[in-house]
Design a protein. Structure first.
Length: 429
C-alpha cells in the first residue's frame, strides 16, 4: 500500500505562544500498513483478550522499532519486531522475580528496556533489552491499589510519570480496611508525579498540579462501615469509586515529549501548555476554536447517553453471572446521572499525544458533546500547525515509534481485536 498525503502549504509560527491559523488545513493521508497481529486466527502469543470493552492494553515502541505489548490476562509482555514477527515473550504467572501476579501498566524506553507495574507484587520490575530482569523496585509502603489514569516512562532516567486516580475518600477507606493503616494521599487525577525507579525502593516527586474546579470535599467513610454495609450501600460506594465529577468537566490530558517537556491541557479552551519538569509554562499551543456553552438540549441528550452506556455496562456484567447487586448498582448509577451537575462549557480538546520526533497531535471533540473521537490537529516539531486529520482517519494512535511507525487497536473479524502498525508520512511525524 502506498502512502498518499495532500496538504496546503504551511509556515512555522513564532517561537512563543504559537497561534495556529483559524482556518483548518485538511489533511488527506493514507498510512501505509506495515503489519498486523492478533485477530480471530492469531497464534497464542497474539491473542490479546478484549481491549475494545475494557480499554486497550499498554504498548510502546523501542528505538529499534520493536513493539512491546503488555498482556495482563497471559501475565506476559509480548515483543514484536518490525515485520510483525514474535521476538520473545517475557514473564509468566507467579510470585517470583520476573513473574507477574497482577500486571496493570507498562512503559518502554528507547534503548529497549521496559518496566512493568504489578500491584500484586507491590513493585515495579525493570527488564533489559534482552528480556532479562534487571532489577526489582518495591513501592516502599505506598500501595498501588488502583490504576493510574495515565502513565509514561521518563525518557531521561529510570522513572515513570503518572497521573493519579480521581480523589475518593471511599477508596482510601477500603485500603485502610485491608491494611489497617491509611495510606498517604498523593496526586490525584489533576496532578502528575515522578516515580523514581533507580533504587530498590521507589521514591515520589510531585511534578504538576493542574487547574481544578472548586468543590466540597466528601467526608471519609469509616472502614467498619464498609464491613457492615448493605448491598445498596456497597453499590453506592462502588459507583463513587471513580470520584464525583461534573459532566463535561475538562480532563487533564497530557503526554511527555522526547526531551522530557510535558504537554498538557486542563481546561475547556484550546490551550496545550508546555512545561519543563519542575518548572513553569514555556509555551502554549492554541487554535482559535472556542468551547460551546452547555444548553438544556445538551444536558438532556448527555444524560440519556450516559444512562444508555450504563445500561449496556450493567447488562454485560449480568451476562457473566455472579452475585453482585446488579439492579441496585444500576439504579444508584442512574440516580447519580440524573442528578449530576454540569460544567458550563463543552471542552474542545479530548486528547494530547507527542510523536516520536517531538510533534504534537491534539484531538478535538466530535459532532456530539460526548464524542471524544473528533478530528486531530497536527503540529510539527516547531509547534507550527501542519493541518487537520478528519475524525476516524484513522484516529489517535495507541503508540508512536521511530521512522513514523504508529500502532492502533482495531476490531478484526467478529470484533476480535488486532494490532495494526502503520507508517506516517514525514510531515505528520
Amino acid at each position: 500500500m502506498r502512502t498518499a498525503l495532500m496538504l496546503a502549504g504551511w509556515t512555522g509560527l513564532g517561537p512563543t505562544a504559537f497561534e495556529a491559523a483559524a482556518q483548518a488545513r485538511p489533511l488527506t493521508a493514507e498510512f501505509a500498513e506495515v503489519y498486523r497481529v492478533g485477530g480471530l486466527d492469531a497464534p497464542t502469543w497474539a491473542q490479546f483478550g478484549d481491549p475494545l470493552f475494557g480499554g486497550a492494553q499498554p504498548m510502546g515502541f523501542d528505538g529499534a522499532g520493536n513493539l512491546h505489548v503488555l498482556d495482563p490476562d497471559a501475565s506476559q509482555v509480548v515483543v514484536i519486531d518490525g515485520r510483525g514477527e514474535l521476538v520473545r515473550t517475557v514473564g509468566r504467572k507467579g510470585e517470583g522475580p520476573g513473574e507477574f501476579i497482577r500486571p496493570i501498566e507498562m512503559g518502554v524506553w528507547r534503548d529497549g528496556r521496559f518496566v512493568v507495574m504489578d500491584p500484586g507484587h507491590q513493585a515495579f520490575q525493570i527488564f533489559g533489552p534482552d528480556g532479562e530482569l534487571d532489577h526489582f523496585v518495591k513501592t516502599g509502603g505506598a500501595p498501588i491499589f488502583v490504576r493510574f489514569l495515565a502513565t509514561r516512562v521518563d525518557p531521561r532516567e529510570d522513572a515513570m510519570i503518572v497521573q493519579g486516580p480521581p480523589p475518593n475518600p471511599a477508596r482510601w477507606a477500603i485500603a485502610e480496611s485491608v491494611t489497617g493503616t491509611r495510606p498517604d494521599e498523593r496526586v490525584d487525577d489533576r496532578g502528575l508525579e515522578r516515580l523514581s525507579l533507580r533504587a530498590d525502593v521507589m521514591t515520589v516527586e510531585p511534578l504538576l498540579h493542574a487547574w481544578r474546579l472548586p468543590r466540597d470535599e466528601d467526608e471519609w467513610p469509616r472502614p467498619e462501615d464498609l464491613r457492615d454495609a448493605s448491598p445498596a450501600d456497597l453499590a453506592r460506594m462502588a459507583s463513587e469509586i471513580e470520584g464525583r465529577r461534573r459532566f463535561l468537566e475538562p480532563d487533564l490530558l497530557w503526554d511527555i515529549m522526547p526531551g522530557g517537556t510535558i504537554a498538557y491541557c486542563d481546561s475547556s479552551a484550546y490551550a496545550v501548555k508546555l512545561v519543563r519538569s519542575g518548572g513553569g509554562v514555556i509555551d502554549v499551543v492554541r487554535r482559535p476554536l472556542p468551547p460551546e456553552p452547555v444548553t438544556q438540549r445538551i444536558r438532556t441528550a448527555l444524560i440519556a447517553e450516559e444512562i444508555r452506556i450504563e445500561r449496556l455496562y450493567v447488562e454485560e456484567i449480568a451476562s457473566q453471572g455472579g452475585t453482585l447487586p446488579i439492579q441496585e448498582m444500576f439504579n444508584e448509577s442512574r440516580r447519580q446521572i440524573e442528578n449530576g451537575e454540569f460544567f458550563a462549557e463543552v471542552p474542545v480538546v479530548r486528547g494530547v499525544r507527542a510523536t516520536w520526533e517531538g510533534g504534537l497531535w491534539v484531538q478535538r471533540r466530535g459532532d456530539e458533546p460526548w464524542d471524544d473521537e473528533g478530528p486531530i490537529d497536527v503540529f510539527g516539531v516547531d509547534r507550527g500547525y501542519v493541518g487537520t486529520l478528519a475524525a476516524g482517519a484513522p484516529g489517535m494512535p495507541a503508540a508512536f515509534g521511530p521512522d513514523g511507525l504508529v500502532a492502533f487497536w482495531e476490531p478484526g473479524d467478529l470484533d476480535v481485536p488486532e494490532i495494526v502498525v502503520r507508517r506516517l508520512p514525514a510531515p505528520l511525524r
